[in-house]
Design a protein around this ligand. Structure first.
Ligand code: NFS
Length: 624
């Protein structure tokens, strides 16, 4: 599709990445500062030139500040996601928004976890109490965030509390981070790095855990489901609507209204309405509804280049403004839906939970009308979509393993880890990045780990890569080492499938709460900290600040995290050493504080080798 775009003179992110050529050396090293009007200042790392900015900040301070700035963006994005969902749950419970609570069991489980009274209360009363407790995580001024009290692993909590980095409420911590980062604020690079860890925890709990829990309550906890992946999921004969972004509040409604208005599609000569997913809104819908996925982040513009897309509906995050320029070459209507995320030239249909039905209906009707404007000569849809299985929430996994050990569903997994059937667990997470060859890093790391019997769980755009390359269906089993392969086959039979797929799709990026819930539960069974487990995270094709905050949240629990793209901290030896150094190294390191560190390696084969080394090191320390 990229060559189709180029042959038609349509520019995409891949072309713009080429035009960008070499990266700015100052920005790449994290040593440029635009925090005040004394500057902009820049420091020549390890060279001749100014060693300090006008205010006296040195490279260590600038790099730590610049990293914290990135972390603020990541944490804010996920915290805002959590808050939006909490508001929708509240309005639903009050009868003001047209949603229903689909998973009452999860609602009760979350309410009990939050120590809320459920005896004698109606479903809506409990839902309201859960929503208000969630919203407190954006309001309270003392104590610890409710979701950390509920979901945070006790042994990790002790470390955070001792360091004084446990968040109180998301907005307070974000505001504090912005202030400490401003000119004349925090100048201590190590203190700033601890501030970054707090952002990781804000992201992890008010963002990831809170969002996953509340979305499961509203839309159902994912169960094994089949879907198809690739641009080939667009249907030439149908009205195609792509839903793109992150929060599933509107897109769930669009799926509902596409079903209700299917008959109207027939009146304009289409054979139905086909909803396809992009990025994490795509992941949300495929996990719960089996909606087919068209594209990850990097190639989002190429969905439009098929010429068969009536509308691309976007909510928040990871939306390239470039989609509008591409859409102008076709009949595709870009529809923004959030008041704080607009694109010049796009149509705006405002979304509020109260009016979700009206917005979804209008969007589907607009798409139906757009079908008549489609130019059949421009339609090029690739063939050959790939089948994939998804929906592996912790609940779904435990349902499968519970068929082997009803009393303790985690035991079969723990036994497999102990006896080496599973050498370790890796979460393959994060993005695709137009500056990198798409999917290659994600797939290579996964294949290298699978052949060494590492169990892969996956989320976000990395999951798109693995699905596209066949690692979420039976055929992908050839990638696994022998012991992992037979375990997956054995477990698959208990799930009513021929096998579990080699890569277990756990959902969107906010669903990175799920791998940590799994690890926390295993750690509890073994009575060890999460940091002792032979578990790693890998984000080979990083692009988003959100990926860095998610990685930081893993590291705060003592899980090593690999990134394949330069995190722009090389301008400070101190910062680099603190993030990437080992516990044996001199000075303070993340590994020493939390038991997990950052691994920066752009070669995916080498990265996998390092991850295996770290897995083996943790196995040895555990005595298994
Ligand atoms: Ni995660 Fe999901 Fe994709 Fe990266 Fe963007 S869509 S939230 S940030 S690019 S994985």
């Amino acid at each position: 599709m990229l060559s189709v775009a180029r042959s038609r003179g349509i520019e995409t992110a891949f072309d713009r990445a080429d035009q960008m050529a070499a990266r700015c050396p100052f920005g790449s090293a994290g040593v440029c500062c635009r925090s005040c009007l004394e500057g902009p200042c820049r420091i020549v790392p390890n060279g001749n030139g100014p060693r300090r900015g006008v205010c006296g900040s040195n490279a260590d301070t600038l790099v730590a500040r610049s990293l914290l700035n990135t972390m603020i963006q990541g944490a804010s994005g996920h915290a805002e996601h959590g808050r939006e969902v909490a508001m929708a749950l509240l309005k639903t419970a009050e009868g003001k928004a047209p949603y229903v609570i689909r998973d009452v069991g999860k609602l009760m489980q979350v309410a009990e976890g939050l120590n809320l009274e459920i005896e004698g209360k109606s479903i809506n009363e409990v839902a309201k109490a859960v929503a208000l407790t969630a919203l407190e995580d954006f309001q309270k001024h003392e104590g610890t965030m409710n979701w950390i009290e509920y979901r945070g692993h006790k042994k990790s909590r002790e470390i955070w509390d001792k360091l004084g980095i446990t968040p109180v409420n998301a907005h307070l911590e974000i505001a504090k981070a912005v202030t400490r980062n401003a000119m004349g604020g925090d100048a201590d690079p190590l203190n700033l790095l601890l501030g970054s860890v707090t952002m990781g925890l804000v992201d992890g709990y008010s963002g990831l855990h809170l969002s996953s829990d509340l979305q499961d309550i509203l839309f159902g906890t994912p169960k094994a489901v089949k879907f198809n992946y690739s641009l080939a999921v667009l249907n030439e004969k149908q009205i195609n609507i792509a839903v793109h972004g992150h929060i599933p509040l509107l897109s769930e409604k669009i799926v509902e209204w596409a079903r209700i208005l299917e008959h109207k599609a027939l009146t304009v000569g289409a054979e139905g309405i086909n909803i396809v997913g992009v990025c994490c809104t795509g992941n949300e819908l495929l996990m719960r509804q089996g909606v087919h996925a068209a594209s990850s982040f990097s190639s989002q513009e190429l969905v439009i280049v098929t010429g068969a897309l009536e509308a691309m509906v976007v909510d928040i995050q990871c939306i390239m403004p470039g989609i509008q320029q591409v859409a102008e070459c076709f009949h595709t209507e870009i529809i923004t839906t959030m008041p704080h995320v607009k694109i010049p030239g796009a149509t705006h249909v405002n979304f509020e939970p109260e009016y979700a039905d009206e917005a979804a209906r209008e969007i589907v009707e607009r798409s139906i009308r757009n079908f008549a404007k489609r130019d059949p000569i421009k339609v090029v849809i690739p063939t050959g979509s790939v089948e994939a299985y998804a929906g592996f929430s912790v609940e779904q996994l435990c349902e499968v393993t519970g068929k082997i050990n009803e009393k303790n569903p985690l035991q079969p997994l723990i036994d497999a880890i102990k006896d080496g059937t599973i050498r370790g667990v890796a979460a393959l997470i994060g993005c695709t990045n137009p500056r990198e060859p798409q999917d290659i890093g994600n797939v290579t790391v996964a294949r290298e780990l699978l052949k060494n019997n590492v169990l892969i769980v996956t989320t976000g755009c990395a999951a798109h890569s693995l699905a596209k390359y066949g690692l979420m269906n039976e055929g992908g089993l050839e990638a696994c080492g022998d012991s992992l392969k037979s375990l997956l086959q054995q477990l698959g039979q208990h799930a009513g499938l021929s096998t579990l797929p080699p890569a277990l799709h756990m959902g969107s990026c906010v669903d990175n709460s799920r791998p940590l819930d799994l690890l926390s539960a295993i750690a509890d069974e073994l009575n060890v900290p999460v940091s002792s487990l032979p578990a790693v995270g890998s984000c080979p094709e990083t692009h988003s600040p959100k990926a860095l905050t998610i990685g930081t949240y893993f590291i705060a629990h003592g899980v090593d995290v690999h990134v394949g793209v330069d995190p722009q901290v090389s301008g400070s030896n101190l910062v680099t050493r603190t993030l990437t150094g080992s516990r044996e190294d001199k000075g303070i390191t993340m590994d020493g504080l939390f038991g997990g560190k950052l691994i920066v390696e752009s070669d995916p084969v080498k990265a996998a080798a390092i991850l295996l080394e770290r897995i083996d090191m943790k196995r040895e320390a555990l005595g298994i």
